[in-house]
Design a protein around this ligand. Structure first.
Ligand code: 5FX
Length: 489
């Protein structure tokens, strides 16, 4: 099929918690098309809230796998109806919410290989899953399995040295262990377990996609240095797990050509390549064009930090993942629960609810806050696990309160110092070329960003990450096409 040089593009997909999104990026890396399907709004028959079902115990959180499949049908039909020219797609890749898992029933692989272009994916894949409600990253029901895994591996520290993280409830190995323990029949009827990312790639490939090292690092199962499944972790979670997971693959590897289903039904070129999908956070790192030494900070309801690392030192707080762009390197992810809600509380208490007075307080106090330091965790923090407000004066004595302006600077300096300290304990070092990309609500306040720049001694840039996982996936598709890394299936 003839390629029109100016219309050729790569697609980037994002299977996130609340929606499926797609962007088309042209050869100049400009976004030329975007579309989305919102689960609650566009697929109400699945009765999700925020894309998930929260179960009665409040700890179990799942999403229906057929909702994700149907969302792909709907978005492809929307693209077709809008006249999108599928024949110009050179390659595609994508991202998925991290940690969520999909359970393919015995025989599903065959169905995937023989998809008929006459009917939708949703119709053909109805009977293909042994678990219809998939555990997602918001699930926190596996504490017992986490303790079990850490005990088998010789403690939390040993597990995090091996896999990049101590045992976390949402991490997939612990979720698989729970399914095996509570529903052994469904487990034994499962021929393949995918992450959301590799599940989505499998739909395009028409066969099982491997899990890439980067998203695979969010499972408590992968030895992140050696890039192989840990036999000790597999054994602690469930039997025959290695064969159900398949071999992990290099991020950005070309998995093969798109399934003939898409060629015949939508007019994709049979040459269109499917590039390994990865987790949403790794894909965003690629989308924000981070390089070694750079940091992205999302200042939202909770604060999230991710950074590019060369030599990680896994620690009990935070996660180390294999890097999604450069397989020799790593990335770190840190989540802090007390983000904007805490900043808003202190704004209400110490700045009469006014951001402008809050900013004035930051400008009228000095860097270092005269030695006054505070930690503010009104909700139970996860990095580290602790709660309460703790204030210390220059003599390092705990005090009950600070003057209003000092309180405001103590909060903001404390939040950013915690980010730097935790990042450094994971092996991060600020470099002369370090740039910090800030996003989210608080990134609009330049006085808050000045404190961020002061604490890290680096330049801060404000950026919009709304599409970064999608766009990053399209970039990775271009990158992989050039790189020609391939995987034998
Ligand atoms: C990362 O570890 C997380 O659990 C979340 O950021 C999910 O990836 C959101 F999709």
């Amino acid at each position: 099929m003839a390629e029109h040089p100016d219309r050729r593009c790569c697609l980037g997909w994002d299977f996130s918690t609340q929606q499926v999104k797609v962007v088309a990026v042209d050869t100049k890396l400009d976004v030329i098309y975007e579309d989305s399907v919102h689960f609650d709004r566009d697929l109400p028959e699945f009765r999700t809230q925020g894309g998930v079902h929260i179960h009665k115990d409040r700890l179990t959180v799942t999403s229906p796998v057929l909702m994700w499949v149907k969302a792909l049908d709907v978005i492809l039909e929307k693209m077709k109806a809008s006249g999108f020219d599928f024949s110009q797609v050179l390659a595609l890749s994508g991202a998925g919410q991290q940690h969520g898992s999909v359970y393919w029933k015995v025989g599903a692989g065959l169905t995937l290989k023989n998809l008929s272009p006459e009917s939708s994916l949703h119709q053909q894949l109805q009977m293909c899953f042994s678990i219809s409600d998939c555990p997602v990253w918001m699930d926190s029901s596996t504490s017992a399995q986490c303790r079990q895994l850490e005990a088998t591996l010789g403690g939390a520290q040993a597990l995090c040295r091996l896999t990049g993280s101590r045992a976390y409830e949402r991490f997939t190995g612990n979720q698989i262990a729970k399914i095996y323990q509570q529903n052994p029949e469904a487990y034994s009827q499962t021929e393949r377990i995918s992450l959301v990312s590799s599940f989505a790639a499998s739909l395009f490939l028409g066969s099982y996609s491997p899990i890439d090292y980067s998203d695979g690092s969010g499972m408590n199962l992968l030895q992140i240095q050696d890039k192989v499944w840990s036999q000790a972790c597999l054994g602690a979670c469930a039997p025959h797990l290695e064969e159900k997971l398949g071999l992990p693959a290099l991020p950005c590897s070309v998995l093969g050509a798109i399934s003939s289903y898409y060629v015949q039904r939508y007019g994709f070129s049979p040459e269109c390549k499917v590039v390994a999908f990865t987790g949403d956070n790794p894909a965003s790192l690629a989308g924000m064009k981070l390089e070694e030494g750079d940091i992205a900070v999302s200042l939202g309801t909770s604060d999230t930090l991710f950074l590019w690392l060369r030599e990680p030192t896994p620690a009990l707080e935070g996660h180390i993942f294999c890097n999604p762009v450069d397989p020799r390197h790593y990335m770190a992810l840190l989540c802090f629960k007390n983000g904007s809600l805490m900043r808003e509380k202190i704004r209400d208490e110490s700045a009469s609810g006014s951001w402008s007075d809050f900013s004035k307080a930051l400008r009228s106090t000095e860097m270092g806050n005269g030695g006054n330091l505070g930690f503010y965790f009104d909700v139970m923090e996860i990095t580290p696990e602790m709660t309460g407000r703790h204030r210390f004066n220059i003599e390092n004595q705990e005090v009950a309160a600070f003057p209003r302006d000092v309180e405001i600077r103590a909060l903001i300096e404390g939040q950013f110092m915690a980010k730097r300290i935790h990042a450094e304990s994971l092996g991060y070092q600020v470099m002369p070329k370090t740039k910090i990309l800030a996003t989210g609500g608080a990134s609009h306040n330049t006085d808050i960003l000045q404190v961020l720049a002061d604490v890290f001694g680096a330049s801060v840039y404000v950026t919009d990450t709304a599409n970064s996982a999608c766009v990053g996936s399209a970039y990775r598709a271009f990158h992989a096409r050039r790189d020609k890394r391939t995987v034998s299936q």
